[in-house]
Design a protein around this ligand. Structure first.
Ligand SMILES: [Ca+2]
Ligand SMILES: [Ca+2]
Length: 199
């Protein structure tokens, strides 16, 4: 009898110890911090518009967030993301390059994803079949947390097309809840506009 009681005490103590060693409750997964943009720097001849004016349903391949839902050219076969940089231009013969360098210094490329998660759609005119006369390039964050740091966005004219200069290239950017847009004017090949977004 005494032995049984002692056994119970030992068992009870062991159970109590085991319970006290268990963490009370796993902490809830931390919510990702909101994406805030510390600064945006654009060349003096680039007028960045911050406000979005809804003009109707989304129109494809114009690099404009027509419906002001924060995604640029969604539903058009291009990817969107919490980070998105997009250019579009009206002359299919002109060659414009969008080159985005992520905070680790890696450039987003087609068919590849940078370590931080940036990827690129479309290289126009490139293979004429792929752009079908719709000149547009798009860089986006594939998934995951938004990497903080400096994004360098370079838009470069490689070749003019059939229309006389200037070539007007529509540029739009989305970072978190905010979007920017501007018309970039290019006159001679190798002209380049560089914008930086610091998060
Ligand atoms: Ca949209
Ligand atoms: Ca659009």
């Amino acid at each position: 009898m005494r032995g049984t009681a002692l056994g119970l005490v030992i068992a009870w103590t062991a159970l109590a110890l085991a319970c006290s060693g268990t963490p009370a409750k796993a902490p809830a997964a931390a919510k990702p911090a909101p994406v805030t943009v510390q600064s945006v720097v654009a060349p003096p001849d680039v007028a960045l518009e911050i406000a979005c004016t809804p003009t109707g349903p989304e129109t494809c391949f114009d690099a404009i967030d027509n419906n002001c839902n924060g995604a640029i050219d969604e539903g058009c076969g291009v990817h969107t993301g919490v980070i998105q940089f997009t250019v579009a231009w009206p002359d299919a013969g002109a060659d414009v390059d969008l080159s985005v360098t992520d905070p680790k210094g890696e450039v987003a490329r087609i068919n590849d994803v940078t370590q931080l998660g940036l990827a690129k759609d479309r290289n126009c005119p490139g293979d004429p079949e792929s752009c079908q006369g719709q000149s547009m390039e798009n860089v986006y964050l594939v998934e995951g947390d938004v990497p903080r740091g400096t994004y360098r966005v370079a838009v470069k004219l490689n070749r003019l097309g059939n229309s006389p200069p200037p070539l007007r290239v529509r540029f739009s950017a989305r970072v978190g809840q905010r979007t920017w847009s501007a018309l970039l004017e290019f006159r001679v090949p190798r002209d380049q506009k560089v914008l930086t977004f610091v998060l």
